[in-house]
Design a protein around this ligand. Structure first.
Ligand code: SF4
Ligand code: ZN
Length: 513
């Protein structure tokens, strides 16, 4: 034990050799906080492993990251708009829309929606005057529909209660605007108003956990709090908006979940996870050359935090796994399984005045899942119903819409569509039925009945209907992918199993002539 460490332990009243935390020599040479003159107390030293506490390192991190961002940032429409907008409130609006759309959704998907949105509602005032139906229509396919609704409600609030001026501080944005959480408030305040405040989203969580070796459950409130502290410590006071975007950009393009490009990473010198991997590689090559010293065992003894007692380290039950490399971080507690639900959905078809097919769609309630969107007449199915019972229930429901004229024999079971919402594993059991010419529905929006209307297939695509009702292609999953966008269909026995089906395909299915 070094004299300094012995002295430190003495100051804490610890006898030498008791409760000793085994520490290796500091090997991350790049860490400028290492090896400095004052030996911190044991507890400070433990937590320092997960912190940025040295101003020199913090400044180096900022400089490296911003230089990379200036050179490599993607050309995205919201960045261009924000850079060209001199009016602060208009600039904040351009950032706000993009940040809300980007929650849970891939950048590539958002671009088209963003451009159309900004063309249609270029200002807060324009959005405040829009109808919810128009908002839902433009949002259709983007998933998590309440985002669009809340964005519009917040715009109305800014116009009617805040004299058309967005709040400027992150705390105020979060407090006053519906749908604006801590992350979005920080993004708007830093990017549009230059407030030196950090942001923490999924990309930033990944980068920070790797850079500071944080292996505790990254979804736990205690860890999230620590990550916000780190983000606020690191954010560049001169260019906070660029710094925050750079952190997110790094997570999205370099420090990716499964295949991080560490060799291209501008903050590699500050990264605990990478440091550990390099030490492992160094030891492996020494072993290969027969030069491995006893100090270079199978698992290299790299600098570690207080093993076994630190609430931010990898849990003792799931220690570092060499095969995962830097992807050991971040860790999350196992996700709750989404609950399984089955819903019957009925494609009711009739011939329009010109003989073209028309389909009945019904509006969902104004609150709850997919609020205010349109769908084919649907009803939840009780578990345990056999096929015959299921059919009876569906017929009863259709009769409520189309009257007793429904010919039972025409009801066809078409197939099943599986749609994964964030918390529901939904199976749509799809039926179709061709009604007699010019069939009418019994009610629309009266006496508590939901609104309904007949639409052509082209109208259907333009209507504010959910992804589950509209699309059938399978989307890639990823850190930014909307889980609600994943759709899988299984056909009935007349179709090959596991075939990907869209509802458009169902519309062409035999409808029981
Ligand atoms: Fe991520 Fe690798 Fe960069 Fe560390 S060095 S921040 S793991 S990309
Ligand atoms: Zn630790």
């Amino acid at each position: 034990m070094s004299r300094l460490r012995a002295a430190a332990r003495g100051r804490q009243g610890l006898p030498q050799g008791v409760g000793e935390v085994r520490k290796s020599p500091r090997r991350c040479r790049e860490n400028p906080s290492s090896g400095k003159g004052v030996f911190p107390s044991l507890s400070t030293q433990q937590s320092a492993y997960h912190l940025f506490s040295h101003p020199v390192e913090i400044q180096a991190f900022r400089v490296n990251l911003l230089a990379w961002y200036d050179k490599c940032k993607r050309d995205l429409p919201w960045r261009k708009l924000a850079a060209s907008e001199s009016d602060p409130t208009r600039r904040a609006y351009t950032v706000w829309v993009s940040e809300i759309m980007l929650q849970q959704t891939q950048v590539a998907t958002v671009i088209d929606y963003y451009n159309r949105w900004m063309q249609k509602w270029p200002t807060l005032q324009a959005l405040a005057g829009a109808s919810l139906e128009d908002v839902n229509e433009l949002w259709a396919g983007l998933g998590y529909y309440s985002r669009g609704k809340r964005l519009q409600e917040a715009a109305q609030k800014v116009v009617s209660e805040l004299a058309g001026e967005m709040p400027r501080a992150a705390e105020e944005l979060q407090k006053l605007l519906p749908g604006v959480g801590r992350y979005t408030a920080g993004a708007i305040a830093s990017i549009a108003y230059g407030q030196a405040t950090g942001v923490v989203d999924g990309n930033v969580i990944r980068v920070l956990c790797r850079v500071r070796g944080i292996g505790a459950d990254s979804s736990s409130p205690a860890v999230i709090d620590r990550l916000w502290d780190l983000a606020n410590t690191l954010v560049d006071p001169v260019r906070p908006g660029d710094f925050n975007q750079a952190m997110m950009e790094l997570g999205a393009t370099v420090c990716t979940p499964r295949a991080p490009l560490c060799m291209e990473c501008p903050v590699k010198p500050h990264c605990r996870a990478r440091c550990r991997v390099e030490k492992e590689l160094e030891c492996a090559s020494k072993r290969l050359l027969g030069k491995a010293a006893p100090t270079c065992p199978q698992a290299p003894d790299v600098e570690e935090c207080a093993a076994g007692s630190c609430s931010l380290c990898l849990p003792a039950t799931e220690p570092w796994d060499s095969s995962r490399g830097v992807a050991n971080f971040p860790r999350r507690a196992a996700k709750k399984q989404p609950r399984a639900e089955r819903t019957a959905t009925c494609v009711l078809e009739r011939r329009g005045p010109g003989g073209e097919p028309e389909y009945l769609i019904v509006q969902r309630p104004s609150s709850g899942l997919l609020a205010g969107l349109w769908e084919f007449p649907s009803l939840p199915l009780e578990p345990g119903l056999n096929e015959k019972q299921q059919r009876e229930v569906v017929l009863g429901h259709i009769q409520a819409w189309a009257g007793d004229a429904v010919a039972r024999g025409r009801l066809r079971h078409v197939g099943e569509v599986i749609h994964i919402f964030s918390h529901i594993h939904q199976t749509y059991v799809v039926y179709s039925l061709l009604l007699g010419g010019g069939a009418q529905t019994t009610a629309s929006g009266q006496d508590g009945q939901p609104a309904c209307r007949w639409v052509t297939q082209a109208d259907l695509q333009k209507s504010a209907i959910s992804t589950a009702m509209k699309k059938g292609h399978k989307r890639k999953r990823g850190c930014e992918v909307a889980r609600a966008g994943q759709l899988k269909a299984e056909a009935d026995s007349s179709r090959p199993r596991r075939q990907q089906l869209s509802l458009a395909a169902f519309l062409k299915a035999p409808a029981g002539e």
